[in-house]
Design a binder for this molecule. Sequence first.
Ligand code: PEP
Ligand code: MG
Length: 287
Amino acid sequence: LERERLAASGGPGRTADDHPVKLLLNIGSAADLRPNCEGVGLFRTEFLFLDRRQAPGFEEQVAAYAEVFAATGHVVVRTLDAGTDKPLPFLGLPAEPNPALGVRGLRVDRVLPAVLDTQLDAIAEAARVTGTAPWVMAPMVTTVAEAAGFAGRARSRGITRVGVMVEVPAAALQARELLAEVDFLSIGTNDLSQYTFAADRQHSGLADLLDPRQPALLRLIAMCAEAGRAAGKPVGVCGEAAGDPLLAPILVGLGVTSLSMAAVRVPAVRDELARHTLDECRRLAGG
Ligand code: PEP
Ligand code: MG
């Protein structure tokens, strides 16, 4: 059945010489699910928390996560990524002079640990009631200690596949050490570009500086992919770059194992990958 569904949808991601590349979806809720992919590579959970006076409770979170887990085989859930471009008033965090460099992503856990505790409890419970094993990852991880702390909190609840997003250059530079603590990496090229090039991701006047084709960013991605290969662990990309048909073969040539994108991007990326052998992808990546 799974094979029929995939065939109808265009089939799994492959290079011309049949090297598999998982094509996954970025979603914000169950409403974004589509059948044209091999699962969900980034389930952004912010939607549940937006426009709220109070954090959503345990039961409400379980229901929202279970709806997605039940509908798809493979899901990577990202814990709450609040701050900067995603401000959440109910958290009551003080205004900061430099919010992109402040308390955001996993760093919110420093001041409000109950938010992550409840969310991990709800994810574990949704996995239990649906009989699924979602992968869980944290945003904006900077140090190995943060990754280890997050992994411990998730595993203590029975979550078996724990990962971190690589969105900060420091994380890419320590990809090997991070993979000693976690099971997978997911590269968020939107933020990794912002922090590598010191250019606000929302600043249209700096678009050239944010272009992920720049060698500095590709080198950071290559470091992550190489660490993943050495450890035998998956390293995906879930930023906008993953849905760019011109970049997808380059990312695959660098060694990335999955690409996660908005549903509308999947067919073009699938077609482009099918046009290149893995060796051609490596050449495009400069290897
Ligand atoms: C990213 O930063 O590339 C990413 C996928 O996360 P978001 O766009 O939600 O910050
Ligand atoms: Mg991000």
